[in-house]
Every structure is written in C-alpha cells, then in structure tokens.
Design a protein around this ligand. Structure first.
Ligand code: 5RP
Length: 259
C-alpha cells in the first residue's frame, strides 16, 4: 500500500486504537431534511470535536461546514434516487474524482445494492471508484445493505461485505446482526457498523459494544447520535465503547453523566 493511501487511512482509523468513530450526516442525499439534520451544521457543530471523521455530501460540506475545520472527511459519492422515488436503491456515481480531491477528502463512500435489480450497476460503479481510489490513494468505503427491503442477517451481510471487498473497497460499512463475527471473518477489509434507525441509547451502546467485540473497527453512526435526547453525551459514550473498550453499562453511565 502506498504512503498516501496509508496516510489517509490513518486519518480514518485512528493509529492509537486502529478504530474509528465516524459521524454519518449524509442522510439528506436521499432523505431530505431528516429529523435532527434540518440544519446540518447546527446539528453537529458541538459533536464534530468528538468524531474522528465526518461522513457527508459535498453540498453539506461546501455550504454548511467551516473551511477551517480540522476533521477528516469521508465524502458520499453515490446517489441519484430518493426515499419517495420508485427506484430508491438504484444509485450511481455522483461526484467526479476531481471534486473529491478539491475537497481534500480522506475517503469516498459508495453504496452497493447487492440482491436488488440494480446490483450490477452499483457493483460496477464501486469498481470504477476502486480504480480511482488506487490511482489517487483515496480510501474507498463501500456502504452495504441500505434499504428496508434487504435482509440484514449474517448470510446476506456477509455476502454483501465480501463482494464489496473483492471489488476493491478498503473499508466496508454494514449493519450489526446475529453471528456478526461470521460477517467479519469473511471480509478481508475492516468493517464499521451503521447505527440504523433510532433506538434507545442503552441498546445502541450495546449494539456498538457487541460489534466491536466481534471484530468491527468502529462505527459510522448517524441517527442514534444526532437524534439522541442528548447527542453530545451520546457520541462521548460511543467513543468510550469504540476507543476505550467501555462496556455498555460503563458507556451508559458516561451518557447519563454527560447529559
Ligand atoms: C445512508 C448512510 C448513512 O450514513 C448510514 O445509514 C449511517 O447512518 P445511521 O447510523 O443513521 O444508519 O450511509 O446511505
């Protein structure tokens, strides 16, 4: 692996622990002004300091995030459909590599839709970004399994993650599931978990803990942080799980104390 690729990866996976707390705030690209993210920077300005990485779109980055923010960015580079459209899962390439470079991104995030009518398009586009990732040393995060139609068991998630890695993703984002260790075992690149729909803070911390214990290298979490009753307390509790191996009980105590 070339120096530039390793350097950017080390901005994402923190060298001290090899793990990461990514704050996902890209939801607007297909959900519009979703609850908690109506004003993106307002929503996350107090959270950014506790995140290792921000994952967002170029529109929010250019218009809502201060240029002097010293925080690695993973840029969402797929899209093209919405939650009200007929083809929600039919995403394509939305950002040219030139713009990824102009925006000084530390990584790119692309969604693949394994098991849908559009899997071929999305996997071929992922491969195209994998070529560009190698050409310019910019890590590629493959996002798997977004959409409620898709199964979220170890068999499906293991398949989707493995396919992403086989096509050149450097990191994979997926959901937590029973037998998650099997998903991790079958995937030759590091895995981070999405949080999914908002659930009680205690349960989200338990999920993050279980994922880490079973081999995930971190979280790329959105709604369970920015929709929490206290997002700043929640992200600190998540950090404790990811970077300090805090148990769910210890992390929940941190949440209670900080809120
Ligand atoms: C959507 C995404 C989101 O960033 C992802 O789902 C993470 O957010 P959440 O924790 O809210 O599920 O990649 O395509």
């Amino acid at each position: 692996m070339d120096w530039g690729m390793k350097n950017r990866l080390s901005r994402i996976l923190q060298p001290k622990t090899g793990r990461t707390v990514m704050l996902a705030i890209d939801h607007g690209y297909f959900m519009g002004p979703t609850t908690g993210l109506e004003k993106p920077w307002e929503a996350i300005k107090d959270l950014a300091q506790y995140a290792d990485v921000l994952m967002l779109t170029r529109g929010v980055l250019r218009n809502c995030v201060p240029q002097d923010l010293d925080k690695p960015i993973v840029l969402r580079v797929s899209g093209g459909t919405s939650i009200i459209g007929k083809e929600m899962l039919h995403e394509g390439m939305t950002v040219d590599i030139d713009d990824v470079i102009r925006l000084n991104a530390s990584g790119m995030a692309y969604s693949i839709m394994v098991g849908t009518d559009y899997e071929r398009d999305t996997i071929l586009d992922l491969s195209r970004y994998a070529d560009l990732a190698e050409q310019y040393n910019i890590p590629l995060l493959a996002v798997t399994a977004v959409g409620k139609e898709l199964g979220k068991d170890a068999r499906y998630l293991g398949l989707a993650c493995r396919i992403a890695a086989e096509h050149g993703a450097h990191l994979v984002k997926t959901y937590y599931c029973d037998d998650f260790e099997k998903v991790v075992e079958g995937c030759p690149v590091p895995i981070v978990i999405a949080g999914g729909k908002k659930i009680p803070e205690k349960d989200a911390l338990q999920m993050a803990y279980d994922a880490i214990q079973k081999g995930a290298v971190g979280v790329d979490m959105g709604r369970n942080i920015f929709q929490s009753e206290n997002p700043v307390a929640m992200i600190q509790a998540v950090r404790a799980v990811v970077h300090d191996n805090a148990t769910p009980e210890e992390a929940f105590k941190i949440f209670e104390e900080k809120k």
